[in-house]
Design a binder for this molecule. Structure first.
Ligand code: AVJ
Length: 320
């Protein structure tokens, strides 16, 4: 447990991550097999996600960066100077400096559960913005976080880019937004990236690029299970699929079995029929109304909204 009392990884006698094993075994026992998307991001998966942001079909990163690059003056006007910018998740080397450059912040407070990423991001930002107070906090931001005393008197700006909110089902997203509201307290604002509903062909291509990087990212989860949980999943008998679910307005990633397969994970056996899938990620997409409704349910009032020139992605400013 770290200083905030959170358990980062809980390993058993054989060095197996207990939470990973529990999630995988429970998920594989379901009628529709499903594994929480957070397990996609081991070192290999995190690198593959970085590679995804470079493929031509994956537009969200470029579209959001375009907004942050071009709308600085409007952000400054709408947000005001002197706020403590509280970033949920370690700062990306590209997006965060664009925001900090635009708004004259009073301090920068990156929050992350992974201490290594957090310290690297904090050091990076300190070097880019000499004179800006930087106070990294190692914490699980799905719950209320106690912010450093140094920023107690500053109004806060929460920053949650990348449409990461879209990876949560609405009830979880609402819980997170309410926790953010608690963490940031009164007078707070929130700047949040939300990807937009568009032609399903464009969406499906963004999550199934021709070079196969997203497929690798998805199947890496099965490889990770084999490696870390003593698994025998025949990964070569699976393929990646990106599916638009129109009822829930989301892209779903699945690993589809190409043949009847049997395999073991952590001593338990599982069988899948050809065509059966393991659901590995959701990426919800929004329109103006669904975005506003989600924010309102999360105790935030939307006050401004920006999109890229092609109208693919939105960055929304909301007030507590
Ligand atoms: C950065 C987590 C929001 O859902 O678009 C990209 C993850 N998965 N391609 C997204 C992802 C497949 C990405 N998030």
């Amino acid at each position: 447990a770290n200083s905030q009392g959170i358990q980062l990884v809980d390993l058993d006698e054989q060095g197996i991550d207990r939470a990973f094993r529990a999630d995988v075994l429970a998920g594989l026992a379901q009628e529709q097999k499903a594994i929480p998307a957070r397990w996609l991001y081991d070192d290999a998966g995190s690198q593959l996600f970085e590679d995804i942001t470079q493929v031509p079909e994956y537009y969200p990163t470029r579209a959001e960066t375009e907004i942050l690059e071009n709308r600085g003056e409007e952000f400054a006007e709408a947000i005001g100077a002197g706020r403590a910018v509280v970033e949920f998740g370690s700062g990306s080397s590209v997006k965060t400096p664009l925001l900090l450059k635009a708004i004259e912040p009073g301090a920068y407070v990156p929050l992350d559960i992974a201490g290594d990423f957090l310290r690297a991001a904090a050091a990076d930002l300190s070097a880019k913005f000499p004179g800006l107070p930087v106070h990294p906090v190692e914490a699980d931001f799905t719950k209320k976080v106690e912010l450093p005393a140094e920023v107690a008197d500053m109004p806060k700006l929460g920053f949650f880019p990348g449409s990461t909110i879209g990876n949560m089902v609405p009830r979880t997203a609402v819980d997170l937004l309410r926790s953010m509201r608690e963490t940031l307290s009164d007078r707070a604002k929130l700047l949040i990236g939300m990807d937009l509903i568009k032609d399903r062909k464009v969406l499906e291509a963004a999550y199934d690029d021709a070079a196969g990087v997203t497929a690798e990212f998805n199947l890496n989860l099965l490889r990770r299970i084999n490696r870390e949980l003593d698994g025998t999943i025949p990964v070569d008998k699976f393929h990646h699929e990106a599916r638009w679910n129109d009822t829930f307005a989301r892209i779903e990633m699945h690993a589809v079995a190409d043949a009847d397969v049997e395999f073991a994970v952590a001593g338990q056996t599982f069988a899948m029929q050809a065509g059966e899938t393991i659901h590995t990620e959701n990426s919800h997409k929004f329109d103006v109304r669904s975005a506003n409704t989600l924010l309102l349910a999360g105790h935030w009032t939307p006050v401004a909204r920006w999109t890229d020139a092609e109208g693919r992605f939105s960055v929304i400013l909301a007030e507590a």
